[in-house]
Design a protein around this ligand. Structure first.
Ligand code: FES
Length: 298
């Protein structure tokens, strides 16, 4: 299994555990006594109570809120049970699942507990891209994670808003570059006041701004580039939470050009998305059929 994004680094503090859902897994994230982020299943080995409402002890163990069993985060072993006598020891098989967990580019990444040889996520280019990102946020949207990513590649105006500007979904710049591990695609961006559907189409050279999207692993890198360089850069992950629901977490920085407010839509217009995706028909076409589109939550 590949690495997946679970949260922003800043969401996991020393103050308390942080519960997240990633696909079918419920995970408790917490920082141990050294500040290292740990990821364990969010279920106690005693009576399966959720651990994330519990607390982190001064020695960096995750304590269940019900009867106080305590777990270390690296291997998930139970290290303490309050009602044992001094002569008793915690049986070695009392443990919970612990997941590989690293922090890269300001995000918490988790891997598969069963895979010891999982290569580290990300690359040098990712670290460089994330350098200086100071704005970040997240939120739930009523849309499947994979569909969100397809929309970002196929019809980015359905999921991104650039103040004063319009992303032109049907004016792709060049051919998409589709590799085994990445997709690169770029779109024209124009000032809103110039957009006029009755005017003849402008040539690519008429658009001084471009939106470049690079999808690698669980992260999407988005750059708004103007004639004088990068206007804004965003790292964005859509984390699947439940059927038809995902959680977006993003980090952003502005370039040296004055930034327009680049924001993510917090809800999606299913009708517009359907129409735009059909028109774009580019890289990975969403498999929208007519009846299916009507069931997509707005
Ligand atoms: S349910 Fe966790 S200690 Fe009992």
């Amino acid at each position: 299994m590949a690495w997946t994004i679970a949260a922003l680094s800043n969401e996991v503090t020393a103050a308390a555990p942080y519960g997240v859902t990633v696909g079918t897994r419920e995970i408790a994230l917490f920082r141990d006594a050294d500040g290292v982020c740990r990821a364990v299943e969010d279920r106690c080995a005693h009576r399966r109570a959720p651990l994330s409402p519990g607390k982190v002890t001064p020695d960096g163990l995750l304590e269940c809120p019900y009867h106080g069993w305590r777990y270390e985060g690296e291997g998930g072993a139970c290290k303490a049970i309050p009602n044992l006598s001094q002569a008793e020891r915690v049986p070695g098989h009392y443990r919970i699942e612990a997941y590989p967990c690293v922090e890269r580019a300001g995000f918490i990444w988790i891997g598969d507990a069963a895979d010891d040889d999982l290569p580290l996520p990300g690359d040098a280019a990712l670290d460089e891209f994330a350098d200086g990102m100071g704005r970040e946020g997240g939120g739930l949207i009523a849309y499947p994670a994979n569909r969100f990513r397809e929309a970002l590649l196929n019809a980015p105006s359905a999921v991104l808003v650039v103040a004063q500007h319009q992303i032109i979904d049907n004016h792709r710049l060049g051919e998409p570059d589709v590799g085994s591990a990445h997709v690169d695609v770029a779109y024209a961006v124009d000032l809103r006041r110039r957009i006029n559907p009755d005017k003849p189409a402008l040539a690519s050279a008429d658009f001084p701004y471009a939106l470049e999207i690079r999808s690698v692993g669980p992260l999407d890198r988005v750059v708004l580039r103007g004639p004088d360089g990068i206007v804004a850069a965003i790292l964005l992950a859509a984390v699947p939470v439940a059927d038809g629901l995902c959680r977006l977490v993003w980090r952003a920085r502005q370039g040296r050009v004055e930034i327009p407010d680049l924001i993510l839509r917090d809800s999606l217009d299913a009708g517009a998305l359907f129409a735009a995706s059909k028109a774009a028909a580019l890289v990975r076409l969403p498999s929208f059929e007519k009846g299916e589109a009507e069931r997509i939550p707005a």
